[in-house]
Design a protein around this ligand. Structure first.
Ligand code: CO
Length: 155
């Protein structure tokens, strides 16, 4: 496994509409491993492939319950409710903002073994899924936040 470099806001790859993953092979699975390692190393709860330089539709998520989710070609197929809460992003260090998201989402995705699955998410997981999927469409949370603030790491 290897740590990957995180692209910061201003990097063109973060603005791309990412391409669907066409072929799932050992190389892709190894890249998923590297994405997870990188997310854990930097204390993130989610990481999208463009954040580590690859404009492909793939994200990893672990909201802290020890359950690693790997979503390949994810699509939100249902949404319910709305709520506003604070978000941050490894690509936008030190900035936080309030973002309105759906309260619950159902997402369809492909696993690392090529199986199509459905995931129902609410609360923090739903927020994280929506934040990460936005990355695949070139959208950062600072593009959609109602308000932004700068915070030091201590606060
Ligand atoms: Co992010």
């Amino acid at each position: 496994m290897a740590l990957l470099e995180i692209e910061k806001a201003g990097s063109p790859v973060l603005k791309k509409n990412c391409e669907p993953v066409k072929k799932i092979n050992g190389k892709l699975r190894s890249f998923l491993d590297d994405m997870a390692e990188t997310m854990y190393k930097f204390d993130g709860i989610g990481l999208a492939a463009p954040q580590v330089g690859q404009a492909i539709r793939m994200v990893v998520i672990d909201i802290g319950d020890g359950k690693l989710l790997e979503l390949i070609n994810p699509e939100i197929i249902a949404r319910e409710g709305a709520c506003v809460d604070s978000e941050g992003c490894l690509s936008v260090p030190g900035i936080f903002g309030d973002v309105e998201r759906s309260e619950k989402v159902t997402v369809e995705y492909t696993t690392r073994y090529g199986k199509r699955r459905k995931l129902e998410a609410d609360a923090l997981l739903a927020r994280c899924v929506q934040h990460e999927l936005d990355h695949l469409n070139g959208i950062l949370f600072i593009d959609v936040a109602k308000s932004l603030r700068q915070e030091t790491e201590e606060s």
